[in-house]
Design a protein around this ligand. Structure first.
Ligand SMILES: Cc1cc2nc3c(=O)[nH]c(=O)nc-3n(C[C@H](O)[C@H](O)[C@H](O)COP(=O)(O)OP(=O)(O)OC[C@H]3O[C@@H](n4cnc5c(N)ncnc54)[C@H](O)[C@@H]3O)c2cc1C
Length: 288
């Protein structure tokens, strides 16, 4: 199938892009890497009247150390961050390598994946786990949207139709913290059936802080906040992690589909959460 007809714009500045979004509102769609939008257009699952292609806006393809973490421009490709992360950010590198295949990551942007908000996608969960945020610009100004307020539902974020995500802010790990990132997919490169990103920081042999974000477990990625609170102050043992994971998995409301029942997803979420927390606490003890 071919996309339905649309008006095409390729603005050369952010101001020009947001002016187009202000003019066309929900009739317009931003085109970044096109790895999610183009298939939607081709299948006519999306039929925007206007496409605002941001690829010709200069200066948006940066990855910088800023704000005690990373500032990632709207046109930074997933592969670009993966290469950047090879040197010292194994958490990011591991998460990124679960996103599709190299060819997809070469075009796909970090911001595009986050804006697309597929509930089974890795990068929204990573942003949520690291307490990141996005900068959204419209013709009336700029605002920062924290990840906890960003992901509303299936393919839906708090970014308005007249706003452009200009930057993704990804904080670093807390000092000395370890990480775990695991997912189950039918084949390598597929979207996850279920996945978990976890961070654990230890103090005096106890859990000082735990963070867990689950994906593929509902309409949006979820933070297991009650489980995180229950883990604080506990000894980092398999038993502790299993109890927290049991509580977290019990509250999940995953979809059932052709590939997995809701019960199966809950069960996998439990297992992955225990393993990801154990891996994170192991890494928290050692270097890296
Ligand atoms: C075969 C295949 C396998 C894939 N596997 C995975 C996978 O395993 N895991 C995974 O997470 N993803 C996967 N993807 C999706 C891929 O990661 C996409 O790159 C990503 O979802 C969208 O990024 P993009 O830059 O291509 O955005 P686009 O496709 O250009 O846009 C996606 C959506 O985001 C909006 N958007 C984009 N940029 C902005 C912005 N700056 N501001 C506001 N809105 C914006 C667009 O309007 C559109 O609605 C796969 C894709 C393919 C084709």
């Amino acid at each position: 199938m071919k996309p339905a007809p649309f008006e095409y714009h390729d603005p050369r500045s952010i101001d020009e892009a947001v002016a187009l979004l202000a003019r066309h509102g929900a009739d317009a769609k931003v085109l970044a890497g096109g790895q999610s939008l183009i298939p939607l257009l081709a299948f006519r699952l999306a039929r925007p009247a206007v496409i605002v292609d941001i690829n010709r806006i200069p200066g948006l393809d940066y990855v910088r150390n800023e704000h005690e973490g990373l500032a990632i421009g709207a046109l930074a490709r997933q592969r670009q961050l993966e290469r950047w992360a090879l040197d010292g950010s194994p958490f990011l590198c591991t998460a990124l390598r679960h996103v599709g295949h190299a060819a997809i990551r070469t075009r796909g942007t970090i911001a595009g994946s986050i804006a697309h908000a597929d509930p089974a996608a890795e990068l929204p969960a990573l942003l949520l786990c690291l307490d990141g945020s996005v900068m959204a610009r419209s013709s009336s100004g700029q605002r920062e949207i924290p990840a906890r307020e960003l992901f509303v539902s299936h393919l839906t974020t708090a970014v308005r139709a007249d706003e452009l995500i200009t930057e993704v802010r990804l904080p670093g790990l807390p000092d000395g913290a370890g990480w775990g990132f695991l997912e189950v997919a039918r084949r390598h490169g597929d979207f996850a059936l279920v996945g978990v990103a976890a961070v654990v920081a230890l103090r005096n042999g106890r859990i000082a802080q735990a963070r867990v974000a689950l994906f593929g477990c509902g309409a949006a990625p979820v933070r297991a906040t009650p489980a995180e609170q229950a883990l604080a102050g506990q000894a980092p043992t398999r038993g502790t992690f299993a109890a927290a994971a049991r509580e977290a998995a019990g509250t999940l409301t995953p979809d059932a589909d052709l590939h997995a029942s809701a019960e199966y997803r809950r069960s996998v979420a439990h297992t992955l959460m225990v393993r990801a927390l154990a891996a994170a606490s192991e890494r928290a003890r050692g270097p890296g």
